[in-house]
Design a protein around this ligand. Structure first.
Ligand SMILES: *[C@@H]1O[C@H](CO)[C@@H](O)[C@H](O)[C@H]1NC(C)=O
Length: 391
């Protein structure tokens, strides 16, 4: 639905992608945001892509019982993880975010309280993540390889089993998890599970399958789509794909007016962020909670899903495949615990689409709408955030 707005933006980002420097400041990114917002393309520069190195990534390990309970993991202390019996979960953030973000810590706490033997590793790649979007999206490949190398070493040199690892990633972090899986497969190791939380769509949706998250990156690739029209990846890209509330407009997220800059702070990031809030909730309630049914978008909106084929979103044991739909509550607790069809959703979506289309024609340019819409994606990443009042 919102897809309509993405294409001009994607085209723009490909042009912007030739600017490849690592020292982009917040100011540059914000300026880029406003330039895009106003429809002014930035000047292009020569490509000098710098490879991301291991020292630009921090792995912070958390666990319940063994000492130390918290440590920075480097290549020379991987032995700390020897003897871990439970899952080892990597959590990877997205664009302009970082590994100490509140949601990362909340997810870490959810894992530790639900699974006593678990080891959680928060991946912080803040500097390569704080570039213009196109550069950060290129950096996902290197970050994936770095995570893959670490997992490989833990398996080869420290007797962990490849089946213990679960890679969870939000947005660009979802794409990173895919690259880690691809990298490991080159060394003959296939991850058991990837959980991609609204994996990034822009730039990735135009790539060939092997250059983005895909169902072969792990035995099970679980994808939660919450912002398919803007920042998330629209099409199924896992072995099992969940589309809560249809995958685009999340319950409880107020709609933004794309032509009113003052309205685009919190509401903008809401759909895209819901994916990790749903998953935090799901980790605490893995079964019979966020119950999803096999469906297609078309059928979900028309309330004819296969109610005899169900699975809980966020179930870390499922090997079911297909596309699944569900509705959620507007706020935590998100799980409805029962199946529910999309009452009134179709109507709501049509109305929203109409409203946006009306606005666009008022301004007489759908391209402008697309560019403004990109404000949603760009500002999902804190720099625009709550402090920016200057424009
Ligand atoms: C519904 O799901 C059940 C259980 O997986 C399956 O046996 C059945 O074929 C499905 N029905 C349709 C119409 O897809």
């Amino acid at each position: 639905m919102k897809r309509f707005f993405l294409h001009p933006v994607t085209a723009f980002l490909i042009i912007a992608g030739v600017s490849c420097k690592m020292e982009t400041s917040n100011f540059d990114i914000r300026k880029e945001f406003f330039n895009i917002y106003k429809g002014i393309a930035v000047e292009t520069k020569a490509i000098t892509h710098t490879q991301v190195t291991r020292d630009q990534v921090t792995f912070t390990m958390y666990r319940n019982h063994q000492e130390p309970k918290e440590a920075i993991i480097k290549d020379n202390n991987l032995a700390l993880l020897e003897g871990s019996k439970g899952h080892v979960v990597f959590i990877t953030h997205g664009w302009t975010d970082h590994g100490d973000a509140e949601w990362v810590l909340e997810m870490k706490d959810s894992f530790l309280s639900t699974y006593p033997d678990i080891v959680v590793i928060a991946v912080d790649w803040r500097e390569p993540a704080r570039q213009v979007y196109s550069i950060s999206s290129i950096n996902t490949y290197d970050i994936g390889n770095i995570i893959g190398d670490t997992v490989g070493k833990l398996v080869d040199e420290h007797r962990l089993d490849i089946g213990q690892f679960i890679l969870v990633g939000h947005s660009l972090g979802g794409q990173i998890s895919g690259f880690a899986g691809k990298h490991l497969q080159k060394a003959g190791k296939k991850l058991q599970r990837i959980v991609a939380l609204d994996p990034a769509g822009p730039l990735f949706d135009v790539r060939p399958v092997d250059k983005r998250l895909n169902p072969t990156d792990a035995e099970v690739v679980e994808v939660i789509h919450t912002d398919t029209g803007s920042f998330g990846f629209k099409d199924p890209c896992g072995t099992i794909d969940f589309y809560p509330n249809g995958g685009d407009f999340q319950a409880g997220c107020t709609r933004i007016d794309v032509f009113d800059a003052s309205s685009i702070v919190d509401p903008i990031v809401c759909d895209h962020e819901r994916s990790y809030y749903y998953f935090i909730d799901a980790v605490q309630h893995p079964k019979d909670y966020l119950v999803a049914m096999e469906c297609t978008e078309w059928n979900f909106l028309r309330k004819v899903c296969n109610e005899s084929n169900t699975v809980s979103m966020g179930d870390l044991t499922t090997t079911q495949t297909g596309t699944f739909y569900l509705t959620t509550n507007k706020e935590k607790p998100y799980g409805k615990k029962v199946l529910e069809t999309a009452d009134g959703l179709l109507d709501k979506m049509d109305k929203t689409k109409e409203a946006i289309t009306d606005k666009a024609s008022e301004l007489g340019s759908s391209v402008k709408a697309g560019i403004s819409k990109m404000g949603k994606s760009l500002s999902s990443f804190n720099f625009f955030g709550k402090s920016s009042k200057e424009e």
